[in-house]
Write a protein that binds this ligand. Structure first.
Ligand SMILES: Nc1ncnc2c1ncn2[C@@H]1O[C@H](COP(=O)(O)OP(=O)(O)OP(=O)(O)O)[C@@H](O)[C@H]1O
Ligand SMILES: [Mg+2]
Length: 314
C-alpha cells in the first residue's frame, strides 16, 4: 500500500471556455471538478496502476467533503483530518488552443492542534504502508520543519519516505534523511542555489542533496528524462514522446511509477520515466493505466550524458 500525504489539498474546478477575455463575462462550454494536490495526484496515479493507496489529508467545509467523495469514487481510500478552515478551491480556465490559466487559492491556515492531528493520522497508518509519499507545499500554519518532523516520526515507525516538495520545507527535511526526494529541475536548482544548464549540473546538484542527507534523489528533468542518484550510483533514463498533450501531474505520475516498482534502482527509475512519458500524452491531469504505458520506449543508461544541455535549463 502506498500512503500519500497532501498537507494543502484542493478542489480543482476546470472551466472550458472559447476564449479568456479579461473583464468580460465568459461563458463556459464545459466544467469539471477533480480532487487536487500533489499527494492526491500520486494516489490517483497509484490507483490507476491498480495498486492500493490511502490518502491522508486535512479536509474542511463543503469543498473538503466533495474532495473526499471524489477520491472515494476513484477507488482511493481516504483518511481525512477534519480542520476548521475550508479546503481551497482552485480554478483552471482551459482554452481550445491548450492554454491553461490557473488561479490557486492559499488554502486554510491549520491550527497547531490540526498540524499535530495530521502527523498523528500519518503515524496511525504508517505501519501498513510500503511507502509514504509526502507531496506539495505546506499550508499556512505548518512550520517549514513540518516535513522534517514527519520524516523523523515515520522513520521511527520503520516506514520509508518519499518527499516531493521544494524550498525551505525540502531543505529542512534533508537532515532527517528521507529515503527519496523528487525535485524537478527548477526545484533542484532552487535547493542548491545555482542554475542548472546541463545534465551534469543536475547530477552535481543531486549529489549535493545526498551529501545534505537525502538517501536517494530522483530528479525529473522534463523532456530530458530523469536521473536517479543513490548509494548504488547514478542512472539516467528517458523516453521518446511524439506528442505532449499535457504535462500537468507528470512528475506526480512519475513518483507513483517509481514507488510501485519498489522505489529503488534502475527498474524503478524506468517505471518512473514510463509513467511520466505516458502521463504527458494524456489530456489534463489524467493518470496512466498499465495499458497506457510503453516500457519499450524507455532508454536507460549508467553512461550519463553529462555535457548534454537541458532542453529547459533551470
Ligand atoms: N515534454 C516532455 N516530453 C517527454 N517526457 C516528459 C515531458 N515532460 C515531462 N516528461 C516526463 O515526465 C517526467 C516528470 O516531468 P517533470 O520533470 O516536468 O515533473 P514535475 O515538474 O515535477 O511535474 P508536476 O507538475 O507533476 O510536479 C519527466 O521526467 C519525463 O519522464
Ligand atoms: Mg513536481
Amino acid at each position: 500500500m502506498i500512503l500519500t500525504v497532501t498537507p494543502n489539498p484542493s478542489l480543482d474546478r476546470t472551466y472550458e471556455v472559447p476564449a479568456l477575455d479579461r473583464g468580460e463575462v465568459v461563458r463556459a462550454t464545459g466544467e469539471r471538478m477533480d480532487p487536487g494536490g500533489k499527494g492526491v495526484n500520486v494516489s490517483r496515479a497509484v490507483a490507476a496502476a491498480g495498486v492500493r493507496t490511502l490518502a491522508v489529508l486535512p479536509l474542511g467545509g463543503a469543498p473538503g467533503a466533495l474532495v473526499a467523495r471524489l477520491l472515494h469514487e476513484q477507488g482511493i481510500e481516504v483518511s481525512p483530518v477534519p480542520v476548521s478552515g475550508r479546503t481551497r478551491s482552485n480554478i483552471a480556465v482551459a482554452e481550445p488552443d491548450g492554454t491553461l490559466t490557473k488561479i490557486n487559492a492559499p488554502g486554510p491556515e491549520l491550527t497547531p492542534a490540526e498540524s499535530e492531528s495530521l502527523l498523528d493520522a500519518v503515524g496511525a497508518h504508517s505501519a501498513h504502508a510500503d511507502w509514504i509519499a509526502c507531496c506539495g507545499s505546506l499550508p499556512r500554519g505548518l512550520a517549514p520543519s513540518w516535513y522534517a518532523e514527519l520524516v523523523a516520526r515515520c522513520h521511527a515507525a520503520g516506514a520509508r519516505i518519499a518527499l516531493d516538495t521544494s524550498g525551505p520545507a525540502l531543505l529542512a527535511a534533508l537532515a532527517e534523511r528521507p529515503d527519496v526526494v523528487k525535485p524537478n529541475a527548477e526545484e533542484l536548482a532552487g535547493a542548491v542555489g545555482r542554475p542548472l544548464a546541463t545534465v551534469g549540473d543536475a547530477v552535481e546538484a543531486a549529489e549535493e542533496l545526498r551529501a545534505r542527507g537525502a538517501r536517494a534523489v530522483l530528479a525529473s528533468l522534463g523532456a530530458d528524462g530523469q536521473l536517479l542518484v543513490d548509494a548504488g550510483g547514478t542512472h539516467f533514463a528517458s523516453a521518446r514522446v511524439d506528442v505532449v498533450r499535457s504535462n500537468v501531474g507528470a512528475g506526480d505520475s512519475s513518483l507513483a511509477g517509481f514507488l510501485i516498482a519498489g522505489g529503488s534502482g534502475p527498474r524503478a527509475l524506468a517505471s518512473a520515466v514510463a509513467h511520466g512519458a505516458a502521463a504527458v500524452q494524456l489530456p489534463g491531469s489524467a493518470m496512466p493505466t498499465p495499458a497506457d504505458l510503453s516500457p519499450d520506449a524507455v532508454t536507460g543508461t549508467t553512461g550519463i550524458p553529462l555535457d548534454r544541455p537541458l532542453t529547459e535549463p533551470a
